[in-house]
Design a protein around this ligand. Structure first.
Ligand code: ATP
Length: 144
């Protein structure tokens, strides 16, 4: 786990974002532990993901039980609930996870995540909107 290019990755939340990240990492051959409070989702993923565990990332003891403190990389893929996102991120920071990536729904959400210990904040909607604008404007230029 000392080599970041093959260190196992902890993913909190199996929504569209977390599920896409988990699938891709697995296809890249990375070991992945996915954690979600939703038993049905965990069940669905347990045949696919390296490890899938039902746990509440807002509960630091539950995170300890799944061994979150042993991961060098974690992704907080919770967006809809600001409280759940903030709790999961601050718990991972408290456990000393050295590389925390967290998804934010807004700029202020991102600012809070950074202040409580996220090392990288991702804004999926804003970033893909920005990217599509680049693609579209490139396409327009190609037609001129
Ligand atoms: P997406 O846009 O990626 O589909 P989202 O931004 O709507 O997702 P949420 O629905 O808030 O994100 O959460 C994604 C997943 O995180 C859900 O499957 C949810 O069950 C899980 N989740 C929410 N809170 C917690 C928590 N405290 N611990 C673990 N998993 C959680």
């Amino acid at each position: 786990a000392s080599n970041p290019s093959d260190a196992p990755v902890l993913i909190i939340g199996l929504g569209r974002f977390g599920a896409a990240a988990a699938s891709k990492l697995e296809r890249l051959g990375r070991e992945v532990l996915v954690v979600d409070t939703d038993a049905a989702l965990v069940q669905k993923w347990s045949g696919v993901a390296t490890h899938a565990v039902q746990a509440d990332a807002g509960d630091i003891d539950a995170l300890r039980q799944v061994g979150a403190q042993d991961f060098s990389i974690a992704i907080v893929a919770i967006g809809a609930s600001l409280e759940a996102s903030v709790l999961a991120t601050s718990n991972l920071a408290e456990l000393g996870v050295p590389q925390i990536w967290a998804k934010a729904m807004s700029h202020s959400h991102g600012v809070i995540l950074q202040r409580i210990g996220a090392h990288h904040v991702i804004y999926p909607e804003a970033e893909s909107g920005d990217r599509i604008a680049h693609l579209v404007s490139g396409q327009v230029l190609d037609f001129i």
